[in-house]
Design a protein. Structure first.
Length: 389
């Protein structure tokens, strides 16, 4: 009996490592194993040079200075360092207000909850029905005591892309720091921290076909200089902001993944958008009551999040045994509770529970989309028939 092919459509949760990334990393696990903090021999110099080259690659992509790149374990740690570190550094300046939004990742929302426990005031902005931040709502929420605005560039569940440049300029006019969660957008979309007015930016390597356990935080050095209080103490690595021996193989992997994303995105993004639209059209042709979540125009090219009325999204996902997809963020697993992102769009609980996210990636083929489309249609029809019995 021929084994069925497994199809991965959950690229917003994590991505498979690109073979080129693994190839670049392997030498740094074996013969190039030096500690970049070892300044007295060639093993350390070799490791330090490799790390420095990655900083330059990332900084060039962001139009930043290489010294503004701080390596971390990923976007969650980066966001914790950005939010907590900033608040602790400026706690004596009579600014204790943070603005975020209701559809942020838990790495932001839960960190803001922690700051709320420490007497910081938190404003969670609502979003439009398409998931976008309303600039007028942001402007009204800004206060004299606002220290920080922290928002996603692109949403991990619905793929909506926020008007980051306009938000950044609004923050600049009011002298407010602007932090961006770019876990879903870095490498996929061009980011210029100068033009966009970004002061802090968090990224994870495993979202761009790199290794897990590595990421970075961009920290602006001037105009204005951002001060952070370290959250991990020790040897004082990363300019004293993140102590611990640098994971050179992972950093090298992150750098190679960044290079490949920059090289491939001009052709990769249109290809993924075409495949995504084919999947969406194929579903809608059979089920015209299908509802798109988020903006179709301002959206990541690989993301499709839709509601299937009259079924449970979790039931559909579980029934698609050969297809990997999801009902929400992989970092939030609350049974029976609808996604906070879908609910924030004004969708009622029953409909929100029918939401399913399909996210495509570099290794998704047209053949896979054809197979997935057939299985999704069969799955929805089967579940609706069961509901009628």
């Amino acid at each position: 009996m021929k084994k069925s092919k497994k199809i991965y459509l959950d690229y917003n949760a994590t991505t498979p490592m690109d073979p080129g990334v693994l190839e670049a990393m392997i030498p740094y696990f074996t013969e190039k194993f030096g500690n970049p903090a070892s300044h007295t021999h060639s093993f350390g110099w070799e490791a330090e040079e490799a790390v420095s080259n990655v900083r330059i690659t990332i900084a060039k992509e962001l139009n930043a200075n290489s010294r503004e790149i701080i390596f971390t374990s990923g976007a969650t740690e980066s966001l914790n360092l950005a939010i907590k570190g900033l608040c602790q550094s400026y706690s004596d300046e009579k600014k204790n207000h943070i603005i975020t939004s209701v559809i942020e990742h838990r790495a932001v929302l839960d960190t803001c909850k922690e700051m709320d426990k420490r007497s910081w005031k938190i404003t969670c902005l609502p979003v439009e029905k398409d998931g976008l931040i309303n600039l007028q709502s942001l402007e009204k929420a800004l206060r004299d005591d606002t220290l920080l605005v922290v928002l996603m560039h692109a949403n991990n569940e619905i793929g909506t892309i926020n008007p980051i440049k306009e938000i950044g300029m609004t923050c600049k006019k009011r002298g407010v720091f602007f932090a961006v969660d770019a876990a879903q957008s870095f490498g996929k979309l061009p980011i210029n921290v100068q033009e966009m007015g970004i002061d802090l930016l968090a990224v994870s390597g495993h979202k761009i076909y790199g290794p897990k356990g590595i990421g970075f935080l961009y920290v602006r050095m001037k105009n204005p200089q951002v001060r952070l209080k370290a959250q991990i103490d020790g040897g004082g690595q990363e300019q004293g902001l993140r102590s611990g021996t640098l994971a050179v193989p992972l950093i090298v992997g992150l750098g190679k993944a960044t290079e490949l994303c920059i090289k491939e995105r001009k052709t990769e993004n249109p290809r993924l958008e075409t495949l995504r639209d084919k999947l969406f059209k194929g579903i809608c042709d059979v089920f015209p009551d299908t509802i798109l979540n988020g903006s179709l125009e301002s959206r990541l090219p690989n993301n499709l999040n839709i509601c299937f009325p009259n079924i449970e999204g979790e039931a559909l996902v579980m029934s698609l045994s050969d297809i990997a997809c999801s009902t929400g963020s992989a970092c939030t697993r609350t049974a029976f509770k609808p996604s906070h992102v879908i609910s924030a769009l004004g969708v009622n609980d029953e409909l929100a529970r029918s939401a399913v996210r399909f996210s495509l990636g570099r290794f998704t083929s047209e053949e896979e989309i054809n197979i997935a489309l057939e299985q999704i249609i069969n799955g929805v029809e089967r579940l609706r028939q069961l509901r009628l019995k």
